[in-house]
Ligand binder design. Structure first.
Ligand code: XMP
Length: 516
């Protein structure tokens, strides 16, 4: 993307992504780089300014992140946050020590130098969010104190060197004046222009894709979810029908989803779409399989095989296909470049975007720079329907990871009905968009019930609803009793084959969101 940016160097704080998003919310582009990025990598982003994030280490730790202190001599406006302040203090000749009392949570800060441009329009006393063990005790030469708490340094500055730093976290919403502070850094200090808008993004992305692809052809695997659909619409704007989208029925989609998604994508969005019903192929491969990881692997591999067949067919018709569109998002990009290293695999995710390199196609990833909420904003500007943009996440292996034990056509049909009732009732209660995911799980457990005067012996269904920011952690949602009651009544009365409904009250961790 040809635009200037603010570079955020990530020292490993849990809040670093919030800095990037806070800056982008001001319509200024921001890029997250690991703190170990070279000076050339930083310069390549054409930065107007640099933010040094917080981090879990002490500057004296043996494994403190090995950032190059030369980043403090680039002559660019620099804002240090938390560990960033300590890094600046330590490397420019001040002194940091382990605090007598660790500060964590809300704190009162007094502004000492109200003339500092970082604190313009900020009251003399403000409530902030702190999270640190170390503290600056001697300021580096040329720096002065700009803010303090009752017992520690809370802000320092050296306007000549264009370096500002705060010990608290302006990016966390508990810091009430945080947005004003970030705006001061962006607009008063870095002189940034707020031109990073959805419109600007759409225009420049479409032009860039057109240049990149030339007269070539592209293919794209669609799931009906937000990311792959927005990516496809952007590419279609650039190259029209030279993009062919493939939507595969893997036999474990939701009720009527194979048809609904086609209608949305083909009729509402005008995408050039090939819909492949491969359900028999998938369900055949899943026969007799009960192990969760094996199920995931089978679905992932089968998906690749089906998509590969289609890609060959499309290439024959089009006289060659060179490009593959993927809906990769920014968090995936920064996760793989993170200073924290790869995390342990709990589940092998299958994502319709994630196809293997063996396909020898060149990648178009139009959403690589965006967070999820930004993708929705772009989608809205592209006039995409709300039922695509607001859809709750749905896993690549679909209902298969919500049918415990063997996946059979009979069980898929049962779960499709239960899932449909859950979604309908959650929407009816006006809760759908407030909840990260809400769904039904079919357990391979039969129990005794009574209906009318008849004894029943049928399956159990679990209901799960969670709040989450990104799927990494989640809290179970205390759904209103009335909603639970309606869901339970409808499932047991309308679906022969299920006679008991239970509610999952496990958060993540220790539970995962999906049951498999
Ligand atoms: P877990 O179950 O790991 O799920 O807590 C976290 C989030 O990821 C979704 N999920 C997947 N998404 N392919 C996907 O595209 C997958 O294989 C997959 N497995 C889980 C899950 O729905 C939740 O939002």
């Amino acid at each position: 993307m040809d635009t200037s940016s603010i570079v955020i160097l990530d020292f490993g704080s849990q809040y670093t992504q919030l800095i990037a998003r806070g800056i982008r919310e001001q319509n200024v582009f921001s890029v997250l780089l690991p703190c170990t990025a070279s000076i050339e990598e930083i310069r390549a982003q054409k930065p107007l300014g640099i933010v040094l994030s917080g981090g879990p280490c002490s500057v004296y730790d043996a494994d403190a992140p090995a950032a190059d202190p030369a980043i403090l001599s680039l002559g660019l406006p620099t804002l240090g946050i938390c560990y960033g302040l300590q890094f600046i203090t330590h490397h420019l000749g001040g002194r940091v020590r382990s605090a007598q009392k660790r500060e964590y949570g809300h704190a009162e800060v007094s502004v000492v130098d109200s003339a500092t441009p970082l604190f313009r329009d900020i009251p003399a006393s403000l409530n902030v969010w702190m999270s640190h063990g170390d503290e600056a005790v001697e300021l580096p030469p040329g720096f002065h104190l700009t803010a303090k708490t009752s017992n520690a340094v809370a802000g320092i500055a050296n306007p000549e060197r264009q370096i500002w730093a705060v010990q608290f976290h302006p990016e966390v919403h508990h810091t009430k004046q945080g947005t004003t502070l970030l705006r001061n850094f962006l607009f008063n200090i870095c002189k940034a222009t707020p031109d990073w808008t959805p419109e600007h993004f759409i225009q420049s992305t479409v032009v860039a894709i057109r240049e990149k692809v030339g007269e070539g052809h592209a293919i794209c695997a669609l799931s009906g979810g937000v990311d792959s659909s927005v990516a496809a619409v952007l590419v279609q704007r650039a190259i029209g029908d030279r993009l062919t989208c493939v939507f595969v029925n893997n036999g474990v989609l939701r009720k009527n989803e194979f048809f609904k998604v086609q209608e949305n994508l083909r009729e509402k969005l005008g995408l050039n779409l090939v819909a492949v019903d491969a359900s028999a192929r998938f369900l055949g491969k899943l026969e007799g399989v009960t192990d969760p990881e094996t199920k995931r692997k089978i679905i992932g591999n089968e998906f690749i095989a089906v998509f590969d067949d289609e890609a060959h067919r499309i290439a024959q018709q089009a006289g060659g296909v060179e490009w593959l569109v993927q809906g990769t998002l920014y968090p995936d990009v920064i996760e793989s470049a993170s200073v924290k290293g790869p995390s342990q695999t709990i589940k092998s995710h299958h994502n319709v975007g994630g196809l293997p390199e063996t396909m020898k196609l060149k990648l178009i990833e139009p959403l690589r720079d965006l967070f999820k909420d930004e993708v929705r904003r772009i989608g809205r500007d592209l006039r995409m329907p709300d039922d695509i943009l607001q859809r709750q996440p749905f896993p690549g292996p679909g209902l298969a990871v919500r049918i415990l034990g063997e996946v059979t056509p009979e069980r898929v049909a049962l779960l499709q009905e239960a899932d449909d009732i859950v979604v309908t009732e959650i929407k009816r209660a006006g809760l759908y968009q407030q909840i990260w995911q809400s769904f039904a799980v079919l357990l391979p457990v039969k129990s005794v019930g009574v209906m009318g005067d008849q004894r029943t012996y049928a399956y159990t269904c679990a209901i799960r609803a969670v709040h989450s920011e990104d799927g990494m952690t989640a809290d179970w949602v205390p759904l209103p009793y009335q909603v639970l009651k309606t869901i339970s009544n409808r499932i047991v009365n309308e679906i022969p084959g299920i006679n008991r409904v239970v509610y999952d009250v496990t958060s993540k961790p220790p539970g995962t969101i999906e049951w498999e």
